[in-house]
Design a protein around this ligand. Structure first.
Ligand SMILES: O=c1ccn([C@H]2C[C@H](O)[C@@H](COP(=O)(O)OP(=O)(O)OP(=O)(O)O)O2)c(=O)[nH]1
Length: 198
């Protein structure tokens, strides 16, 4: 027998979750393969997603997640890669105290093709995770860290349009400061989310 801590895989934590089946004819979500992190959520009814369209799809499930846990509604990579269909608010958060039906808000990002969801289709996956609650402690200075205030692409790693070269290090202004969102956009980097003009 393999010794604990010597490469033996730890058994996954198993958390009992009480479930109400709002549509008993719909199969329960299940983990498709041993080792999967997400259990597939099924659509309770048919939905047509036009190109660029979205819809909130019921799953026929209501949960009572234990305190200290949350469910995260993640997109399925196959739907995303093959059809451009993803979860709009991905991952959606299912709070431990939520007793309503778990819903999946789907977005069809394909600009040309509609996508039809049929009842029983596996449209998203639910990942159950432990979550902490933050107690916010106001301070004047934050402790230093290797990253500091660098973010939003400060470590580079993708090719800006035009020069065909991946950036390999932090993107900074000539005097070494971080790029502003305007400088990012004029150097071909992505804008900082949330800093667009209303
Ligand atoms: O993909 C999702 C996201 C959320 N929910 C449910 C469970 C969650 O507990 C509740 C509220 O979600 P959230 O807090 O994200 O929504 P909100 O827009 O902030 O609404 P609220 O004001 O109700 O908190 O809606 C889903 O069923 N699916």
């Amino acid at each position: 027998m393999e010794a604990e801590g010597a490469g033996a895989p730890a058994a996954p934590e198993v958390v009992p979750v009480r479930v109400r089946r709002l549509d008993p004819d719909l199969p329960l979500p299940r983990y498709a393969v041993a080792g999967d992190a997400g259990a597939d959520l099924l659509a309770r009814h048919d939905v047509e997603l036009p190109p660029g369209g979205r819809a909130t799809v019921p799953t026929g499930l209501a949960l009572a997640l234990p305190e200290g846990y949350a469910g995260f509604v993640h997109p399925r990579s196959g739907l995303a890669a093959r059809h451009g269909v993803t979860t709009l608010n991905g991952p959606g958060t299912v709070d431990a105290g939520y007793r309503g039906e778990v819903m999946v808000t789907l977005l069809n990002t394909d600009p040309e093709h509609a996508f039809t969801v049929r009842r029983g289709d596996r449209v998203a996956q639910l990942v159950v995770q432990r979550v902490a609650r933050a107690e916010l402690v106001v301070v004047d200075e934050l402790p230093p860290s290797p990253r500091g205030e660098g973010g939003h692409g400060s470590t580079g790693g993708w090719s800006p349009p035009g020069d065909g070269r991946a950036t390999v290090g932090p993107r900074t202004t000539p005097d070494g400061g971080p790029l502003t969102s305007t400088e990012m956009s004029t150097t071909g980097d992505q804008r900082v989310p949330g800093e667009e003009q209303p």
